[in-house]
Design a protein around this ligand. Sequence first.
Ligand SMILES: Cc1cc2nc3c(=O)[nH]c(=O)nc-3n(C[C@H](O)[C@H](O)[C@H](O)COP(=O)(O)OP(=O)(O)OC[C@H]3O[C@@H](n4cnc5c(N)ncnc54)[C@H](O)[C@@H]3O)c2cc1C
Length: 491
Amino acid sequence: MNNNKVVSELGKVVGDRNVSDEPEIQFLYHYDFITAEPEGQCDIAIMPEKAEEVQEIIKIANKYKIPVVPWVSGINFGSIATPRKGGIVIDLRRMNRVLEVNEDDMYAVIEGGTTWADLKGYLDKHHPNFRAGITFSPPGTGVVPSCLCYGMFDLGMIGGTGAEFLNGLEAVLGSGELVRVGSCSISNKWYGRQPLPDLAGLFIGWEGTTGIVTKAAVKLWPKLPYREDFAILAQTVDQGVPVLLKLSKAGLGIVDIVFVNMGWCQAIQGFDEKNVAKDPVELGLPDFVGVVTTQAYTEDQHKAQCNAIKTICNEFGIEPTTAKDFLDSFPSDMRGVFLDIFPGYGGYTPVQAWGCWNFSRGGGGEWIGSYCSTSDIARYYNIAREITLKYNKPPQFYSRIMFGGHYCVARANLCFNKNDPEDIEKARIILKEIFDDVHELDGVIMYKPPMWVVEHHKSKTLPATTDLIKKIKKLLDPNNIMNPGQGIEGD
Ligand SMILES: Cc1cc2nc3c(=O)[nH]c(=O)nc-3n(C[C@H](O)[C@H](O)[C@H](O)COP(=O)(O)OP(=O)(O)OC[C@H]3O[C@@H](n4cnc5c(N)ncnc54)[C@H](O)[C@@H]3O)c2cc1C
């Protein structure tokens, strides 16, 4: 590829300042800096400002058959925005405007490169009674990619995955055409994907391999005056999970149910893994830290919800405390990032969850993160725990009960030192072993899958389904330029 010629053509679209093939710029986009996945090669990075410019870029890429990777922050834990086959990385962060907020139907129309910090900042200023879900990812990561890739937020219990937060989309296809799906396709209202054919699925779960979403409507939720975060401690995950599952089905105004094990809790507090007990269970420490968040409109409603939560916990011999009381039991310099999460400490904040990859020096982090049946959470954990301990690493685990208890996320995290090739290799071995063993449980499906997991997915898919996926991909991206090498569609 003649970079100079292409850069010059692209410069005419976005201005010379917004396109580059300088090595120091290429470096920024060539890998997912936290994972142990293989690096890629970014030949050209470009920052468009509007959908029409994205269209022009895609047309040029089609003319020269150059790969294109949409990108917002590139830290997704699966290395799914890594340019596997070189080409152009489209950094969407100049497209970060909140275009509309509809308080009646509770949604915000945002551009494809809007970050969590952009959205929260805008809502706090202009619509303080509404909020978006909040992820545990850093503030500079993208809202649209998180939704497209089935990310999950602190409203997962009422709203489901990020994909379920999407009301409609505008997207530039791999062919360069601009489309709209959802109610916005035939009206100015972006209230939902009903009742037309639901074409949002052409972009959800495809990891940018079919098109680039330039606008999306995401659901907002009201901030109710009463809220409580309960901490629910149990000695083991096996003991704690049934309590959460019962709470999830009790219809108590609960917006979020999440739990972490002691290892994850210590990581997010910023401890170095060398200084913590690898296996707290052995020391008799509680290994299960659940957080249940509820909100209400009136004080009476709130009290009734809190009482019912206590009653259910008591049935299992557990006394819940408020998350604030729980955190106050730690010295102030040991509370870590939790301070940012809970409203008692000024919360509703996207967090700089540096603890997740700072548990060991060297900043490496990756996970086996899956959706699965709620009946398999404890088994998932025990499998991952045993394998991690076998390699003398502290097990870290996180699970969130989704959409009223209909399914869940289960995630075994691993930290490693990216300056230590042996530690990286060990991480790869552990991750693959956990992956193999948890996939013995029926229905465990990894999201934001790195390439080697995509191969596994392909091997399981029915041939006719694979065929259908390939046909759709071909239709939307005839020259296979969109994020090639990623996604279930083929090569
Ligand atoms: C410490 C930490 C904690 C995290 N916690 C969470 C969490 O709680 N919940 C959660 O959901 N995620 C979490 N994540 C994962 C991730 O950071 C988020 O999901 C994030 O929002 C993804 O944004 P990104 O900007 O990194 O996406 P990118 O890596 O830039 O993109 C992700 C994928 O989407 C594609 N893409 C990007 N933009 C578009 C677009 N406009 N149109 C089409 N395709 C596009 C890319 O090509 C890529 O395949 C966490 C990450 C870290 C590092």
